[in-house]
Design a protein around this ligand. Structure first.
Ligand code: C2O
Length: 533
């Protein structure tokens, strides 16, 4: 068995080999140089969830905090991890490159500092991914041309393998040997591009102990729901009959839209599992788990509603900035409907927006650099704090409200402001769960519900005692979710839907958090090797 330390050594060597491959393949990806830091972690591309305090330069999203690393160039991400531990991950942050460029980023507590639960000896990263038979960049390019939805993936993967339900890959299905009676921790990461997933292990209960690098009050469940961008740590005890058990993931699909309805599997294998004798000799057939139906919003909601922070949380009680953001899809009308570039519904092009603003990435400079250098013309700071027009967000929305406006707009926040954002899903095109991710911050999820948020009655039911802390939260389909955080990290921070097709359609905005007083409350100077635009 590998100990965590051996695992990180093995994965480190594997990653180095992977990097060498990427470099030699001259992919148009952000390059990277591995660098050891004051702390015990390695630097990569965009580190999803690392707070990068006062250091947006190490955050990674292209045209938000830096320009992309061109082929042949390099950029060393140097950063310090402050007060964070648990499961995060890293991925490319340029178009759809993260389909293949991603990995786990695990932060162990300081030596000698305890876990709030009894930590198993073994730790198993479970990276859920999405697989296209075609080059994902071509899939994206085609969708960008036609304006229609991108093709759905052809398979999901567990640690890179689609598993036993595919003849071509059966021999390489990932297997996890386990000792009878042993407890292990699974660090489940949804690195998929476009799909929330249900995940379950046949006959075994899962005890949730952490989400998005924040500990939770432990609770036991047979299935978890995990959105793109999210991580969930669960404990699993091998207390079943010695045998072989599938772990499996498949879609939670909340939208009225096509989706990849395949199932990915890996095998949990008791080391003392019996084998079959005589004819058909060999390993016994694994038991298959029961997974919820694709559109089982009740199960997804029941799961997320059980999450609680592990202790009393330091939730901001007063709110300085009360923001109300509608999030959802839209359609852009065409002067030439149904032409090759207008193949979306009724001859339109798909769009998405927050408060009717469909985000467009700048091209000449990154927002952070333009802000730091005082360069005008890259973005504006007039992002609306509330929807420009009020309507019945989850009702029957009139067609006149389906077309968002395009722009590159940021919203300014004062240093250390207490911020509340209510994210309200809309029924424009379709209601849907949108996994909303905020860079540079962890936030508390203080409330959620279905239908339209009611500012008079809903806040009374907020959990200000032990709400779960996250960096990515799903809006209930046709509902709302409220988050709170203290704006204590100056810089330009992207907030976006972690479904990459929605991100590409503009479901994003930027927070510009101003500096406080003095050096320790201000953005650091950019590194000298920051890629040039
Ligand atoms: Cu994990 Cu901006 O994304």
């Amino acid at each position: 068995m590998e100990s965590p330390r051996q695992f990180s050594l093995v994965s480190f060597i594997a990653l180095l080999a992977y990097f060498a491959f990427l470099a030699s393949a001259e992919l148009h990806v952000r390059e990277f140089v591995v660098s050891w830091l004051i702390s015990y972690v390695i630097a990569f591309l965009f580190r999803h969830g690392i707070r990068q305090l006062r250091n947006p330069w190490a955050d990674g999203p292209e045209y938000i905090t830096q320009c992309p690393i061109r082929p042949g160039q390099s950029y060393t991400y140097r950063f310090t991890i402050e007060d964070q531990e648990g499961t995060l991950w890293w991925h490319a942050h340029s178009r759809w490159l993260r389909a293949t460029v991603y990995g786990a980023l695990i932060i162990y507590p300081r030596l000698g500092s305890p876990y709030p639960f009894s930590m198993p000896k073994r730790d198993i990263p479970i990276l859920l991914g999405e697989w296209w038979d075609r080059n994902p960049m071509d899939v994206l390019r085609l969708a960008q041309f036609t304006g229609a939805a991108a093709n759905v993936s052809d398979a999901y993967t567990i640690n890179g393998q689609p598993g036993d339900l595919y003849r071509c890959s059966r021999a390489e299905t990932v297997r996890f040997p386990i000792f009878p009676g042993e407890t292990v921790q699974l660090r489940v990461i949804n690195a998929g591009l476009n799909q929330e997933l249900f995940f379950s292990v046949a006959n075994h209960q899962l005890t949730v102990v952490e989400t998005d690098s924040a500990y939770t009050k432990p609770f036991t469940t047979s299935v978890i729901m995990i959105g793109p961008g999210q991580t969930t740590n669960v404990l699993l005890t091998a207390n079943q009959r010695p045998g072989r058990y599938y772990m499996a993931a498949r879609a939670y699909n909340s939208a009225n839209a096509p989706f990849d309805n395949t199932t990915t599997t890996a095998i949990l294998e008791y080391v003392n599992a019996p084998t079959r004798r005589g004819r058909g000799r060999g390993q016994i057939v694994p038991v298959f788990p029961v997974l919820p139906g694709f559109n089982d919003t009740a199960t997804a909601t029941a799961f997320t509603n059980r999450l609680r922070y592990w202790k009393r949380a330091r939730v901001p009680l007063q709110v300085d900035q009360n923001l109300f953001f509608t999030v959802g899809l839209g359609l852009t009308n065409c002067s030439n409907p149904n032409s090759p570039r207008c193949q979306g519904p009724n001859g339109t092009r798909f769009a998405a927006s927050i408060n009717n603003q469909s985000f467009v990435l700048p091209r000449r400079n990154s927002i952070m650099q333009a802000y730091y250098q005082g360069m005008p013309g890259i973005f504006t700071t007039d992002f609306p704090p509330v929807p420009p027009v009020q309507f019945d967000y989850t009702g029957n929305v009139s067609r006149g409200l389906w077309q968002p406006v395009k722009g590159t707009k940021a919203y300014k926040l004062k240093y250390r402001a207490n911020v509340q954002i209510v994210l309200q899903d809309t029924s424009i095109v379709t209601t849907e769960n949108h996994p909303m991710h905020l860079h540079g911050y962890q936030f508390y999820v203080v409330g959620s519900g279905f239908g339209n948020f009611n500012p008079r009655t809903d806040p009374a039911r907020f959990n200000l005692y032990d709400p779960p802390e996250r960096n990515t939260v799903g809006t209930p389909p046709g509902g709302w979710v409220a988050i709170r955080f203290v704006a204590d990290n100056p810089g330009a921070w992207f907030m976006h839907c972690h479904i990459d097709s929605h991100l590409g359609w503009g479901l994003a905005m930027v927070f510009l958090v101003e500096n406080g007083r003095g050096q320790l409350q201000s953005v650091q100077a950019p590194p000298l090797d920051l890629p040039r635009c």
